[in-house]
Design a protein around this ligand. Structure first.
Ligand code: PDD
Length: 279
């Protein structure tokens, strides 16, 4: 029975229960974080906490939990499990209120956190993705719990035997349903600039740091669907998937259909950084 954190208390998952008038349930009124734990250490802690603060501010919320207190909460959850690699799920909702849009009626925020083993599927041989119109809203920079479009997009990918949906707004790349996207063409790496249409991925930012240190040219620039289909390499990144090569997009093969040379190099540097703090 795993231990979870709910509103100041640690308890078994089975006995962590919520009021049905929690605005997370009635309105999807909340934000979340997924924070990886590698070799039992929280990875990029400050960056995740800063993004949580930004998401909360964007929805007119704040919390009085310090980073030190978060560390203590996470440590207790991590210690409860023997797995070296885990993923912390943290969710904050606006709390309980009558079902009324007015946010001032809300009680205390609901704060929930749990840690689970990272379900490591080996995707390093490359995945198939579909391309899809970006059907989400205009504040994708907020890590909001309202994920219905992303759930539908992942399902549409699955129906076509694919693992991810790569999204386009007016024919221009935004990101994946639950990942950021990198395109390699003639040894230059392209990724969408940070704006309201993409989540500022923590893994994305780390990859740009690694590219910089490795002297690989990159551009934060959105590219078209045709550009992606003609790319030499396509990668997607997230905290739990890490870096995954995309070798097929719809019916088109990307590059030679195998993970590219730059992927192999950057993935090695990433794993080095993850495990030893160097790259
Ligand atoms: N999702 N873009 C979207 C829409 C995402 O949902 C995610 C991650 C990312 C990658 O961000 P990061 O590198 O910070 O994990 C980009 C998480 C893993 C999820 O919802 O489960």
């Amino acid at each position: 029975m795993s231990l979870v954190y709910l509103n100041g208390e640690f308890k078994p998952l089975e006995s962590a229960t919520l009021n049905v008038l929690d605005r997370g349930f009635t309105f999807g009124d909340g934000v979340y974080e997924v924070i990886p734990v590698f070799n039992r250490k929280v990875f990029r802690f400050e960056q995740h906490m800063q993004r949580l603060t930004n998401s909360l501010e964007s929805i007119y919320m704040s919390l009085d939990i310090t980073n030190q207190q978060w560390q203590e909460i996470f440590t207790r959850l991590i210690d409860d499990s023997p797995d070296p690699h885990q993923s912390i799920y943290l969710q904050v909702t606006r709390g309980v209120s009558p079902r009324d849009h007015d946010i001032d009626l809300a009680d205390e925020p609901t704060v929930f956190a749990m840690s689970r083993p990272i379900q490591k599927k080996d995707l390093s041989a490359g995945i198939k993705a579909i391309s899809h119109e970006d059907i989400r809203w205009s504040h994708c920079d907020i890590k909001a719990i309202t994920l219905l479009p992303s759930v539908m997009l992942r399902h549409r990918a699955k129906l076509k035997g694919a693992k991810e949906a790569i999204l386009f707004r007016d024919n221009m790349l935004t990101e994946g349903a639950a990942s950021n996207v990198f395109i390699v063409k003639s040894n230059i790496v392209y990724t969408t600039p940070k704006n309201h249409h993409v989540l500022p991925g923590i893994t994305r930012d780390l990859l740009l740091e690694i590219l910089e240190r490795a002297g690989v040219e990159y551009q934060e620039q959105s590219v078209s669907l045709e550009f992606v289909k003609n790319a030499d390499e396509v990668w997607v990144s997230s905290s739990t998937w890490e870096i995954v090569p995309v070798t097929q997009l719809d019916e088109d093969t990307i590059g030679d259909g195998k993970p590219g040379a730059l992927y192999e190099k950057i993935n090695r540097l990433y794993l080095d950084y993850r495990d030893n703090g160097v790259s």
